[in-house]
Design a protein around this ligand. Structure first.
Ligand SMILES: CC(C)(COP(=O)(O)OP(=O)(O)OC[C@H]1O[C@@H](n2cnc3c(N)ncnc32)[C@H](O)[C@@H]1OP(=O)(O)O)[C@@H](O)C(=O)NCCC(=O)NCCS
Length: 178
């Protein structure tokens, strides 16, 4: 999938493209920031990779025809990122898992929707991927509404899968057939 533009609800343009090695420092800062903005992510804002590790990770991800790391920018500012995690073994390589995050000040502008338009088109274009999966905290109503809008259905539930600030939360598993 080439770099793609999406017009948001406020008239600005979101540009989605693959993350590159050169994005590594900005990506680490972004992940640290957004991890502290919301409790709904596994990422709690702790940086777990060095700059060199992140550069190597993004470089390798960019070579993956069935997935990778993607960024969305408004006027150059990094406002969202998402990952499509694929499998290497032949028996499961038709499945891909998506994870995403949007900068809080940009929620409600249609960025989440643009991410799914891009991600579903990317996945379908591979001709290999058949299922897209995701996990979401059971009380994340905003995210669940977004996923349902793009055809995801609940296929399971993990009781007490998440432990956040001293509280256990269930996790819902969702799937869309490509
Ligand atoms: C969940 C998240 C990705 C949604 O991104 P977003 O850019 O706000 O999504 P959109 O603006 O495209 O809205 C998508 C849908 O969400 C729902 N939504 C939007 N605002 C909402 C609100 N205030 N309350 C409830 N649902 C809302 C609507 O169904 C909306 O569709 P519509 O625009 O057709 O009405 C974003 O809020 C986020 O990153 N949250 C924190 C991290 C997170 O939860 N990540 C997902 C972990 S599984």
């Amino acid at each position: 999938m080439p770099q793609t533009d999406y017009v948001l609800k406020d008239g600005r343009t979101l540009v989605i493209s693959r993350a590159k090695k050169e994005d590594a420092a900005e990506m680490l800062a972004f992940l640290s920031f957004v991890g502290k903005e919301t409790d709904f992510l596994l990422n709690d804002g702790t940086i777990r990779l060095t700059l060199e590790q992140e550069e190597a990770f993004l470089e390798q991800s960019a070579q993956n025809p069935l997935g990778g790391i993607f960024t969305g920018r408004i006027e150059g500012e990094l406002v969202c990122s998402f990952g499509l995690t694929s499998q290497s073994r032949d028996r499961v390589k038709h499945n891909v898992t998506i994870g995403l995050t949007v900068l809080k000040k940009c929620w409600g502008l249609g960025i989440g929707s643009a991410i799914f338009q891009y991600a579903l088109a990317f996945a379908r274009e591979t001709g290999v991927l058949k299922n897209m999966w995701l996990d979401v905290r059971a009380d994340n109503e905003r995210a669940i509404a977004l996923y349902q809008k793009f055809g995801f259905a609940q296929i399971g539930r993990r009781k007490n899968a998440l432990f956040v600030n001293g509280i256990y939360y269930d996790e819902i598993l969702m799937e869309v057939e490509l």
